[in-house]
Design a protein. Structure first.
Length: 494
């Protein structure tokens, strides 16, 4: 952000400097245009070069200003287009020939313009290069577009992407909510306008939320999640069914608005939330709490506010906050001001959506450290669902699912034996164990690996798993597990 500020500031200083100079040029020019013969009796035609350069400057200045604004909003393609226009205009300016005879004062003006043109050219090509790297577009594309002045087609097409209201001095990017709605949402309630939109900043955030936080293609299906029947039932009653049948879930059946998925790492909390996204007809906002604090530095509080407003406008909505402990942990004296404000904003917004019986915005938090959560946050996440380590039934299911696509010679009793021996393994530990076991037959091949036919690789056997268990150990210590179990019996809903 501060980097961008620097660029904007440096452009602004050039633009200001130029405005100052323009005034000088126009006043001296107007005095020259008053004379038929021009200054010092030099014919006017020779003086035109200063006017011409000024014209180029005005056009270039306009394009740079648009480019800077587009960059501020994160519209990199638009910024590229404007900087390219500016570059082209400046190229033309610098190739304008100086007349053979020119008065000394005009000569000075022309020299000063040329100097500034070259300064602008350098700055613009630096921005083009930086943006080109970020967007993957080569700077050389530059000369393919036919844009030389703001009246040309491509500038006006860019301009048409902005709307102006009489009270707005700066254009505002179109889009926001309507732009990112998907067909699924069309069936849902019509959107309410986002409160407080209209300022450039809010519209930019709305657009970012719609493009980067709304999850449209969750890859996990309900059946991919092995076991966890209690958690699935709670999510069905609280999110999936109320979103599909809002008419049935009113009054006493009104679903709880806050839910916490907690439990040891690697047992399907994130998977469950993603499955909810693909099963429900709700708009799914996937917010990673850690990215909220890293990516949105300084803007996190505003983002949370806007996020809830967008969620209300696109309800039924689910706001999923993964790793919620990283921003909603117990307040401490050492806590910085920004994170305190972020937390307060979250609580205010959360209370806002729960107080209105007509709003269906559900917040799901996930954490493996529930004991670190702030009490105020915990109080609002009324339903707390424990996602435990897989029991023997779930481990059996997991092994059978994972072995489906792998040739093996394991009997039912072999699988039972592995299941007994993997007590204390998490879902992700089991995944790692299967991957390690699957490598065993490959490692035996030695140099044959390059020539052997895929179907000739020997099937997996019990011994592969036994050996792999020596390498892949359960990742959760007993004390951690016991701590979570205790927390569940004290605060959990199941
Ligand atoms: P963390 O607390 O570290 O965020 P998590 O509980 O969110 O962990 P997930 O990311 O959902 O864990 O799961 C990690 C991986 O473990 C999954 O990608 C999947 O391969 C496997 N896994 C865990 N639980 C299950 C399950 N119930 N069914 C199928 N696969 C599972
Ligand atoms: Mg997770």
């Amino acid at each position: 952000m501060s980097f961008l500020r620097g660029i904007i500031d440096s452009f602004s200083s050039i633009l200001n400097e130029e405005t100052k100079n323009d005034t000088n040029v126009s006043s001296s020019s107007s005095s020259s245009s008053g004379s038929m013969n021009g200054i010092d009796g030099v014919p006017v035609s020779n003086e035109r070069v200063a006017y011409k350069l000024k014209g180029y400057f005005d056009l270039g200045k306009e394009e740079i200003a648009k480019g800077v604004r587009a960059e501020e909003w994160g519209l990199h393609d638009d910024a590229l287009l404007h900087y390219r226009n500016a570059q082209r205009i400046m190229n033309e300016a610098s190739s304008t020939p100086s007349p053979s005879y020119i008065s000394s004062s005009e000569k000075e003006k022309v020299r000063s313009y040329r100097e500034k043109i070259s300064k602008w050219q350098n700055q613009v090509s630096e921005r083009l290069q930086a943006l080109g790297k970020r967007t993957g577009v080569g700077v050389s594309e530059n000369n393919k577009r036919t844009v030389a002045s703001p009246s040309s087609a491509s500038v006006s097409s860019t301009a048409s992407r902005y709307r102006r209201t009489p009270s707005q001095k700066t254009p505002v990017p179109r889009g926001g909510i309507a732009m990112a709605r998907n067909t699924k949402d069309a069936a849902a309630a019509s959107p309410k306008p986002v409160k407080e939109s209209g300022s450039v900043h809010d519209d930019k955030l709305v657009e970012m939320i719609n493009t980067t936080i709304v999850d449209r293609s969750p890859s996990v299906q309900w059946d991919d999640v092995a076991g966890l029947d209690g958690a699935k039932q709670a999510l069905l009653e609280m999110v999936i069914l109320p979103a599909k049948r809002r008419d049935l879930f009113t009054g006493l059946r009104r679903p709880a608005r806050g839910l916490l998925l907690f439990g040891p790492p690697g047992n399907g909390k994130t998977m469950l939330a993603k499955a909810v996204a693909s099963e429900s007809q709700a708009t799914f906002f996937n917010v990673s709490a850690s990215s909220l604090t890293s990516k949105w530095v300084g803007e996190a509080e505003k983002l949370v506010k806007t996020l809830f407003q967008v969620a209300i406008s696109r309800q039924p909505s689910v706001i999923f906050m993964d790793e919620i402990d990283s921003i909603m942990s117990t307040r401490s004296i050492s806590e910085n001001e920004a994170s305190r404000r972020l937390k307060s904003e979250f609580l205010i917004q959360f209370d806002g959506v729960t107080s209105n019986p007509d709003d269906l915005v559900i917040v799901i938090g996930a954490t493996n450290k529930p004991q670190e959560l702030d009490d105020a946050v915990l109080r609002r996440l009324v339903k707390r669902i424990y996602v435990p380590l897989p029991d023997s039934k779930v481990r059996t299911l997991l092994f059978k699912t994972k072995l489906k696509s792998q040739p093996h010679s394991l009997s039912g009793s072999d699988i039972d034996k592995i299941v007994r021996e993997t007590e204390g393994y998490s879902g992700s530990d089991l995944q790692a164990l299967c991957e390690e076991a699957a490598m065993m037959p490959i490692r035996e091949l030695g140099a044959d690996i390059l020539t052997i036919q895929a179907n000739k690789v020997r099937p997996l056997r019990y011994d592969d798993f036994r050996k792999s268990m020596a390498v892949i150990r359960p990742s959760l210590s007993k004390s951690k597990w016991e701590e979570l179990e205790r927390w569940n019996s004290e605060f959990g809903s199941n």
